[in-house]
Write a protein that binds this ligand. Structure first.
Ligand code: KG4
Ligand code: ZN
Length: 382
């Protein structure tokens, strides 16, 4: 079962082919990140325009890359079957069409930016109709979790876990738009244990980076700067919420702002835009390290709590913040169960995670969707 996955929910135009929900055959990502960096965040109109420019070459590259290695085998067998036809076509190429090998198409239809989602969904719908393939709509956040099921690839530079996670599986989903804990009893059978009431953890990384003047996206910038800092230099609060597995990061972000103002001897009235010019490098590093420690501890604490309560057979982390080394370090140190972390290239948005979930939908008989009517759902929840 080979599924092409298409992902365009935010600023990455991504496509990949995955076989049997475990083998990564290709993974192509084009990002418009550079175009957004000067604005300190994703500009929806710019993202949508770059998706329009990139979607066709990205999908073509993913399909080509997936079958490059198998080209000779495919051509040989097809040539045998079409020997007579070949003689009568006066040498015209009978090279196999890689699309023949694709069994279905999966696409992110939510959650995400409306204009961005629309480009991926329209591309997938068109391909499903013209190439006559079943179409599967995928929830972006569920997709992130499925990056952890990839265990094999011939692509260079990927380090994948040796085995897929087993059920019941506890998933910590930490991205720019989501912070959630979910318990999966099986494929397509899960309970959302809790989620953020305000900012997502990745959003907090991005906002704190902006406060101290580190480049967008804030997650990797904060993580890098934190390496030079003292994680105990500042004491930031952890939000206490009624829901045992709920999160809140807006208070932490405000506490960082106040601490940064105080660190340069200013009052609350100082506009945050002036802070990057007033803080020295050591202060920035200490703020980055102290913020990162608390933000990561917050999600690790709740993961441990859920582990104790539900005793899952596996724990996975998913979403852009799952690339964070401090998160991996704390979880490895504190969780009694070893975690198989996936490659950090599969944590941020990609088509492989969408293709993987698409494979499971196809293999386990989930219904495909109508390519003439699949609509986007920007506010889709888990
Ligand atoms: O999953 P993703 O690519 O997009 C969403 O679905 O939101 O996640 C992007 C988020 C951004 O907020 C980015 O700052 C954060 O993931 N991120 C990180 C790291 N790499 C990306 N946060 C912390 N540490 C990182 N190494
Ligand atoms: Zn994402």
């Amino acid at each position: 079962m080979k599924i092409l996955g298409i992902e365009t929910s935010c600023d990455e135009t991504a496509a990949a082919v995955v076989e049997d929900g475990k083998r990564l055959l290709s993974n192509v990502v084009a990002t418009s990140l550079d175009l957004h960096a000067q604005y300190g965040g994703v500009v929806p109109e710019i993202a949508a325009r770059s998706h329009i420019e990139s979607i066709t070459p990205v999908v073509e590259a993913a399909v080509q890359q997936a079958f490059d290695g198998q080209k000779s085998k495919v051509i040989k067998s097809k040539a045998r079957a079409t020997e007579d036809v070949r003689h009568s076509t006066f040498g015209l190429s009978t090279e196999a069409d890689p699309w023949d090998q694709i069994d279905g198409i999966a696409v992110t239809y939510g959650a995400g930016l409306g204009g961005s989602l629309l480009i991926g969904v329209l591309a997938a719908r068109t391909l499903a109709i013209t190439k006559k393939k079943p179409l599967y709509g995928v929830n972006h956040v569920e997709g992130h979790v499925y990056a952890n099921f990839l265990t094999e690839t011939k692509l260079p530079d990927y380090v994948l876990p040796g085995a897929a996670p087993s059920f019941p599986m506890l998933a910590l989903i930490v991205s720019g738009g989501h912070t959630q804990l979910a318990l999966f009893r099986d494929h397509f059978d899960y309970t959302l244990l809790g989620q953020t009431h305000d900012d997502a953890i990745g959003e907090a990384f991005d906002k704190v980076a902006k406060i101290v003047g580190l480049p967008y996206p804030g997650g990797p910038s904060i993580a890098k700067k934190a390496l030079e800092g003292n994680a105990e230099a500042f004491t930031f609060p952890k939000a206490k919420l009624q829901g045992k597995y709920d999160f809140s990061f807006s208070g932490l972000k405000t506490a960082v702002l106040r601490a940064a103002q105080a660190a340069c001897g200013k009052t609350y009235e100082l506009p945050s835009s002036q802070l990057p010019g007033l803080l020295n490098e050591a202060q920035k590093a200490n703020i980055a390290a102290s913020f990162q420690r608390i933000a990561i501890e917050t999600v690790v604490d709740k993961t441990l709590l859920a582990y104790e309560e539900f005793r899952p057979a596996s724990v996975v982390i998913a979403g852009g913040v799952a690339a964070n080394q401090e998160l991996r370090r704390q979880l490895t140190e504190k969780l009694p169960l070893p975690i198989n972390y996936t490659d950090i290239k599969l944590c941020t948005d990609n088509g492989a995670m969408i293709a993987t979930l698409g494979c499971f939908k196809a293999m386990l008989g989930q219904p495909s969707v109508d390519p003439y009517s699949l609509d986007i759902e920007p506010n889709l929840s888990m």
